[in-house]
Design a protein around this ligand. Structure first.
Ligand code: SAM
Ligand code: SF4
Length: 454
């Protein structure tokens, strides 16, 4: 089986779950689609031209499927994810060689769907329903974790209906997984060697899972409970909406050292007029105040964001407000996009679409500023003492690679170090140097140990 993943971390996570479900019925992963028994394109509908990319990939797969048939075999081709959800019928029409189309809510039915597709060659399956039952029930509870860092879905869907976004239509209504299920999965991950969990959800800080005490727990309370699990050293969560960052979550950033001081908090625009038209339900000043409160609670917190330029009706002045906000906040990194109309969303119907050339120019200006800020942030970590979570061996003998609290890759050199520093160890380091996007560091503890011996 070959699974190609497009888009967000949620899709990476979903692909892992699909691979697990298929492993249960005998499919083993392969590195390329050529000759595979099953190829799944796990698609994303957010980015521009996403659907077109899927169609061109399907064009390439058609030949591979034919080759396999000529050799007497059968390749099942499936399209999953948000493009499948949004364009199920259209995919079947434009790419009739596709055997299965299924949306993000139906992955637990995958083994059954494959069995049906295998039995009924030529019969097409479309499954893009939003089921009424609890979709989280079908996630395997104890899964084989492969590394030091793992994703953990706690929430799915979104009720915010930002006027540019397809997520509420493709992923359905907001739903939270019960606390007990999240904690059980986190314990299983920790037992398998995971030290860092990233809690996932389209609107993750809207989390409101049923707690063991009969009350609803927010994300702050969940983070406190996760931090108690033996082995869990780091907790992250993504993606947050500014409106749902409540007092308890801010307090958790102050009180829970395991909660990393690195937060993706998308603002999209710095103009109140545009924020209103986007239905973000907050102003630029609300966001500024929120950032002040976060920084008061956790002074070393670094922020990242998403931005959209060229939203319908965006004037030069609106765009200048975005640059102003970016200048004031100072980001450690950000994603920025040109507005791209998504069929079925209100903003796509607006008659005030911004010309492509203007979007291009604004995107270039914004990215220049954001890149300069990211570079300044990375440079400012040089000389600091930071904990590094060791994730793997580096390319050079004796080298180890880990991540800082800010997700920056950090390289540590020294053969003696690799021998007595297992993967998954947290090492206090001094950051010595920045080369391109990687930091190079010296472990402080190891230096101290050597000094003690001398
Ligand atoms: N839930 C998150 C939030 O509210 O910020 C974001 C989820 S969305 C999957 C990721 C990002 O894609 C958004 O923050 C936005 O910047 C971008 N995006 C979504 N729809 C877009 C569109 N129609 N055009 C351009 N960018 C878009
Ligand atoms: Fe989309 Fe995020 Fe807005 Fe929900 S909150 S509609 S996922 S952009």
């Amino acid at each position: 089986m070959f699974i190609k993943t497009y888009g967000c971390q949620m899709n990476v996570y979903d692909s892992e779950r699909m691979a697990e479900a298929l492993a249960g019925i005998g499919f083993a992963p392969v590195d390329a689609p050529d000759g595979a028994d099953m190829v799944i394109l796990n698609t994303c509908h957010i980015r521009e031209k996403a659907a077109e990319k899927v169609y061109s990939e399907l064009g390439r797969l058609r030949q591979l499927k034919q080759d396999k048939a000529d050799a007497g075999g059968r390749m099942i081709v499936a399209v999953a994810g948000c493009v499948a959800q949004a364009e199920g019928e259209e995919i079947q029409r434009r790419a009739p060689m596709v055997d299965m189309v299924f949306g993000p809510q139906t992955y637990h039915r995958l083994p059954e769907m494959v069995a049906r597709a295998e039995r009924a060659a030529g019969v097409k399956l479309i499954d893009t329903d939003f089921p009424a039952e609890d979709k989280f029930d079908h996630l395997p509870s104890a899964r084989g974790a492969k590394g030091v860092a793992a994703f953990l879905t706690v929430q799915e869907g979104c009720d915010k209906f930002c006027t540019f976004c397809v997520v509420p239509y493709t992923r359905g209504a907001e739903a939270s997984r019960p606390v007990a299920a999240v904690l059980a999965e986190a314990r299983a991950l920790a037992a398998a060697g995971v030290r860092e969990v990233t809690l996932l959800g389209q609107n993750v800080n809207a989390y409101h899972g049923d707690g063991p005490d009969g009350r609803e727990w927010g994300l702050g309370r969940l983070a406190r409970a996760l931090a108690e699990i033996d082995g869990i050293a780091r907790i992250r969560y993504t993606t947050s909406h500014p409106r749902d960052l409540d007092d308890d979550l801010i307090a958790a950033h102050r009180d829970v050292p395991e909660l990393m001081p690195y937060l993706h908090l998308p603002v999209q625009s710095g103009s109140d007029r545009i924020l209103d038209a986007m239905n973000r339900k907050h102003t630029a000043d609300d966001y500024r105040r929120l950032v002040d409160r976060l920084r008061a609670a956790r002074p070393d917190i670094a922020l990242t964001s998403d931005f959209i330029v060229g939203f319908p009706g965006e004037s030069d002045r609106d765009f200048a407000d975005t640059l102003k906000l970016v200048g004031e906040i100072g980001y450690a990194g950000a994603f920025s996009f040109k507005y791209s109309p998504r069929p079925g969303t209100p903003a796509a119907l607006s008659e005030s679409q911004v010309p492509e050339a203007v979007k291009d120019e604004r995107l270039a200006g914004l990215q220049q500023l954001l890149e300069a800020q990211q570079d300044a942030f990375n440079r400012a970590t040089v000389g600091r003492a930071l904990p590094v979570l060791i994730e793997k061996a580096g390319r050079k003998p004796g080298q180890l690679v880990g991540r800082s609290p800010y997700l920056q890759p950090v390289h540590l050199d020294g053969a003696d170090l690799a021998a007595d520093t297992p993967i998954g160890t947290l090492v206090e380091c001094r950051i010595d140097e920045l080369r391109r996007y990687s930091l190079f560091a010296t472990p402080l503890a190891a230096r101290q140990e050597r000094r003690n011996v001398a």
